[in-house]
Ligand binder design. Structure first.
Ligand SMILES: Cc1ncc(COP(=O)(O)O)c(C=O)c1O
Length: 382
């Protein structure tokens, strides 16, 4: 069979998870919490499965959850959204991004992808006959380079995919970034897919600036979110897309033929759970404690790093220590120091190697402390 995605093989997450299991390493590679969700949420999903709610949900999601999210969005961002015309509950942010890209991109359209980038963006573009145009984020701080982005836009550019807080770098977009993007949107009439799955994981008093908050961007953007990252339930694969009615109509035309609808009891459980805002309001301090604990340990190692601004990832540089490729070092650290990580070159289409590794700190404190201790052995394995 002729592959539709010939250059796509096993993902780096599968590779590193396998090596981590073989080495019995502490697994700080893939981005998922190493602890249980709130027991209240587990009780709620049990309750809703035992009391009906086991058949198809409405295509756009159950009204209780859409209404709860409208309220939350107004509280968090001061933005009013329409529960029926602008919200669609989907099977994870990955599906939201795929459906939004599919709604917009036609054969030959160019799509700007800011790299390093989450691995689902390119395949979504390619499967729709689009052409990914990769633009590098500044390698110093991973901020968007607006002049460079502008220089890559032309009459074929249809869409830009953005991600804030950013995986893998943790960079959190500023208001100025939103203004710069809005200028391009106005000038070139492009659409935006904004991946905001880490919206509640921001540090040192920073604020997440959702693209919903910008009037120009609000009218051209599909904002994609995930309950997985916010409530420690990545295995539930439940997320959402918010977009103005004109865009939502097109989004749903795709969504209804990808999955049609999304797991129902989870939607009811989340709607009830959202009555209490504390779980998401407390998330920044919950993760900041973990970040700081991990960084305290990392400061005893030979890695260099700048504390991550958001997300639950910390990048570390070893460029001052060796020329070894990040892929080789990631495997070596996993096998010999028994701490699994991800080489950041795997987030670049051309495998650009800035000698950076990514660690996920959404893990138990004891694991983070032990992992940092093991990483003190770095110089011994170089
Ligand atoms: C930037 C980014 N977007 C999307 C996702 C996937 O979200 P979901 O599990 O809701 O599909 C992830 C998960 O790692 C991610 O890091």
């Amino acid at each position: 069979m002729i592959s539709k995605l010939p250059s796509i093989g096993e993902t780096i997450f599968t590779t590193m998870n396998r090596i981590a299991a073989e080495a019995e390493a502490i697994n700080l590679s893939q981005g998922f919490p190493g602890f249980s969700p709130d027991p209240k949420l587990l009780e709620l999903i049990a309750h809703f499965t035992q009391n009906g709610n086991n058949q198809y949900a409405p295509m756009m999601g159950v009204p209780e959850l859409r209404h709860a999210m409208v309220e939350k969005t107004a509280k968090c961002y001061g933005v009013n959204t329409h529960p029926d015309k602008e919200w669609t509950i989907v099977s994870g942010a990955t599906q939201a991004v795929f459906s939004a890209v599919t709604a917009v991109v036609k054969r030959g359209d160019e799509v700007i992808v800011l790299e390093p980038a989450f691995d689902s963006y390119d395949p979504a573009i390619l499967l729709n006959g689009g052409i990914p145009v990769h633009v590098e984020l500044s390698p110093e701080d991973f901020a968007p380079d607006w002049d460079l982005i502008r220089s890559r836009i032309n009459s074929k550019t249809k869409l830009i995919i953005v991600n804030t807080p950013h995986n893998p770098s943790g960079y959190v977009w500023t208001k100025n970034d939103l203004d710069q993007l809005a200028e391009l949107v106005l000038e070139f009439g492009i659409y935006v897919v904004s991946d905001e799955v880490y919206e509640h994981i921001v540090f040192d008093g920073r604020k997440h600036h959702s693209l919903l908050t910008h009037p120009v961007l609000r009218s051209r953007t599909f904002v994609c979110g995930s309950f997985g990252k916010t409530f420690h339930i990545t295995g539930w694969k439940i997320g959402y897309c918010i977009a103005v009615p004109e865009l939502t109509i097109e989004f749903r035309k795709i969504h209804q033929y990808v999955t049609f609808t999304t797991v129902r009891p989870a939607q009811h459980a989340l709607a009830a759970y959202l009555e209490d805002p504390n779980p998401y309001l407390e998330l920044p301090s919950f993760y900041q404690k973990k970040r700081d604990l991990f960084l305290e340990g990392l400061s005893q190692t030979d890695f260099q790093f700048i504390p991550t601004q958001g997300s639950f990832f910390q990048q570390v540089s070893y460029a001052h220590l060796t020329d070894m490729s990040d892929m080789d070092l990631a495997k070596k650290v996993t096998r010999e120091l028994k701490v699994a990580c991800i080489p950041v070159s795997s987030f670049y289409s051309d495998a650009k190697d800035h000698k950076i590794l990514r660690f996920c700190f959404a893990k138990e404190d004891s694991e983070l402390e032990e992992a940092a201790k093991r990483l003190q052995g770095l110089s011994a394995i170089l």
